[in-house]
Write a new protein. Structure first.
Length: 436
């Protein structure tokens, strides 16, 4: 008997999940059948292991979206209705942040660590501290956090996953920005001009400036005052490419003052018989790579005239992705076009429609399911996906699809994702969703 006990003791590390205490330590190594689809989380501080109330927990399924919950006074939270596959759990609260992966049916513990911070100093070219207001910015120059420097020019900001730069607006001199660390302040150059609007008011200036540490551009954002006659005056770094965004239109700032950009997207839309297509909708999105400034409107739209022609409003010079759609035609995507490109001709091909219904395994309709029409696989990505949601009786319609055959993918929380890989165009299809 003693020999058998010793043998099992030696084999214990190799029998994880079979023998009590086997394998690596965790709170609940085996999912409980009574808790399938449920995650139970205990949140505590790392330094004293005390439970933390009010922590926000975001549980993300890569296929079906996310759910959230808040920890109670005992630091516990319960999230139900999850698919039986790994989920990412992100926790953030007053005690810090934490992340983990787990499978529903387990109880897990999450230890909050202090939130990372961005620290540095604001200095002039002689190394003297400059008092300044410091802002943490994301890629679209949105403000994530704000602080003032201390007497030594030091700043301390809570970091953020979306943060890309720290922008400093000094009490004197030109603003500066850096990805992190110290920010160099220079006297800069004066930019002035006059805007066609009544004052007094303020305008926001967006710019991209070289990072002093890394070989890249980072965003900068500052507010200037405008006088009653529309005139403005302010300082910017010498190498800044700056713009004012006014009523959705960018106005460039250069050594000559403010001037509207003159780039346009111009073209003609025709069908396969080279006849003009009237009423086609053109949507343009700026390509982030190579664009000098990011916080412009994400989407510009236009409609073709009786001759199939379209022309955009003045836009920043650069490259854009276009999506073109018209009744009876397949949507197409042009991955890259440039402003003022000569003789841009876009040919539309006939599209098709897919009707269908989504049911569960008992034959009952599934409302609110996401239905994505993928179209035919295409190496040039000419056919963008279309999507809709089912009505209460489970019905859906997708139109303006492109390619030789249709593919449809259906998703809803609590159900397995289903993909119909190939079926006839302009047909009806019934999709069965099975519960997790």
């Amino acid at each position: 008997m003693i020999l058998l006990f010793l043998l099992l003791f030696r084999l214990n590390p190799f029998l994880a999940g079979v023998l009590p205490g086997g394998g690596r330590w965790q709170d609940d190594p085996t999912p409980d059948v009574h808790r399938q689809g449920v995650l139970e989380v205990l949140v505590f501080r790392a330094e004293d292991r005390q439970p933390v109330q009010g922590v926000t927990l975001q549980v993300t399924d890569p296929d079906s979206g996310s759910q959230s919950a808040t920890s109670d006074e005992e630091g516990r939270a319960r999230i139900a209705g999850l698919a039986s596959r790994p989920h990412r759990i992100d926790a953030q609260g007053a005690g810090g942040i934490a992340s983990a992966w787990s499978v529903p049916g387990k109880r897990i513990q999450m230890s909050l660590s202090p939130r990372p911070r961005r620290r540095g100093r604001v200095l002039d070219q002689n190394g003297t501290p400059r008092p300044a207001t410091v802002r943490l910015l994301d890629a679209e120059a949105r403000v994530l956090a704000t602080a003032r420097t201390d007497k030594r020019g030091r700043y301390d900001l809570p970091d953020h996953d979306d943060a890309v730069a720290v922008c400093a607006t000094p009490d004197r001199g030109a603003p500066g920005a850096a990805a992190r660390g110290d920010i160099a302040i220079e006297e800069g150059v004066e930019r002035s001009g006059r805007l066609p609007m009544a004052g007094p008011e303020t305008v926001e200036i967006f710019a991209m400036v070289p990072d002093s540490v890394e070989d890249r551009l980072v965003p900068l954002r500052v507010v200037w005052s405008v006088a009653r006659d529309g005139t403005f005056r302010g300082r910017l770094p010498r190498e800044a490419r700056a713009f004012i965004l006014r009523d959705g239109h960018p106005i460039a700032l250069d050594s000559r003052g403010a001037r509207a950009l003159v780039g346009h997207l111009v073209g003609r839309i025709i069908d396969a018989r080279e006849q003009p297509v009237e009423g086609a909708r053109v949507e343009a999105r700026p390509l982030r790579e190579g664009m000098p400034v990011v916080p412009f409107p994400d989407l510009w739209q236009a409609t073709s005239d009786a001759q199939g022609h379209f022309r955009s409003i003045p836009l920043p010079m650069g490259h854009y992705a276009l999506v073109v759609s018209a009744a009876g035609f397949a949507r197409i995507r042009l991955p890259e076009v440039a402003t003022d490109m000569a003789d841009l001709r876009i040919t539309l091909r006939p599209g098709y429609r897919v009707r269908g219904r989504v049911l569960d395994e008992r034959g009952d309709p599934v409302g609110g399911a996401l239905v994505v029409g993928l179209g035919t696989p295409d190496p040039n990505a000419r056919f963008p996906a279309a999507q809709t949601r089912t009505t209460d009786d489970g019905r859906f319609v997708l139109d303006r699809l492109g390619g030789d055959f249709a593919r449809v993918q259906v998703k809803k929380a609590g159900y397995r994702t289903t993909t119909m890989m190939r079926f006839a165009r302009n047909g009806n299809v019934t999709v069965t969703l099975r519960r997790q």
